[in-house]
Design a protein around this ligand. Sequence first.
Ligand code: GLA
Length: 384
Amino acid sequence: MMITLLKEKFKELFQSEPDFYKAPGRINLIGEHTDYNDGFVLPAAIDKSVCFAVAKNKVNKLRLFAYDFSQFFELGMDELKITNVQWANYLVGVVAQFQKKGLKPEGLDCVFGGDIPHGAGLSSSAALECGFAIALNDQFGFEMAKSELVLMAQKAEHEFAGVLCGIMDQFVSVFGKEGQVIKLDCRSLDYEYYPLTNKEVDIVLCDTKVNHSLASSEYNIRRSECEQGVKIIQSKFPEVKALRDASPGMLEEVKNKMGNEVYRRCHYVVHENERVGKACEALFKNDFSTFGKLMFNTHDGLSKDYKVSCTELDVLVDIAKKIPGTLGARMMGGGFGGCTVNLIKKGKARNFISRIEEDYTKRTGAKIQTYQVKISEGAGKIKL
Ligand code: GLA
């Protein structure tokens, strides 16, 4: 459906035949705010994505059309810069990364659109970057490895959107596999797939539709608080290069040298890394009850120690806990709004959705949006 619409629009705007690409959004089951601490994460790609219709042009321009906003944008290929059109920055940022590598993409036309809700913490921006990086790589035959494209997409976000994000979102958008979650070591980028299909549990997202403007500045602050923590730990344990290397015991030994806030941030991250390991063991044994408990613990840490939650997210987790069939629930992604991810016993999702929608409105007067998602394939060219 989306492809047909993009194709028609592409023909109308550029009078040529495009190729099609697609990149998914993501969920993260556990391992939050661990990626930029060189730690572990457990994300998966979902069945919500951005689609791209793309073809080269002969006018040496980047010509973009955002279908969902009905907005056109163009820039000369030799004058790429950050602009005040936010969605365009992600794509311009990607082209700039190819240029930085000494590669010279020529003019390109692109119409894109999709169904990843914006600002919901499902990484629509990473999908935009990754899908476009794959499209450019393919159109110009640059033959960059997928892992390199992931790093370039992350750089685009750092340099053109100003968010010093970790590698998780871009990695999973590219390496996602149907029915599999990825355990990713964010230091070495080694990864392992673990099966998790909809036959076992259901995954429901509850979107608060709250999108605090604080999110990106607070994100960068958390990152620097973690770095401060590492410096203090290093004064006693020089082998610690990132919080991933610190054990709870090490942290306690230097606790008195740290301010309370930095201590609590580090405490959360060090324990969250351990939780990812435990969650993978549980997943391996199909022990979803243990897995879910770990998710609740993560939420507690994110809310009380890492302080990236908000009232709406806390209310959703509190309600979820009381609904029969809920195995685990927690806020997901950067925080300060967006979604909770809920692990629900097979067959109980419908009941969960109607209960949480109703109870949330009773408690807050506001409405949430719910999505039951499937774990899907990563980014690539669409074969028609
Ligand atoms: C955002 C970032 C990721 C990661 C999460 C928190 O989604 O883009 O790199 O840090 O927040 O886990």
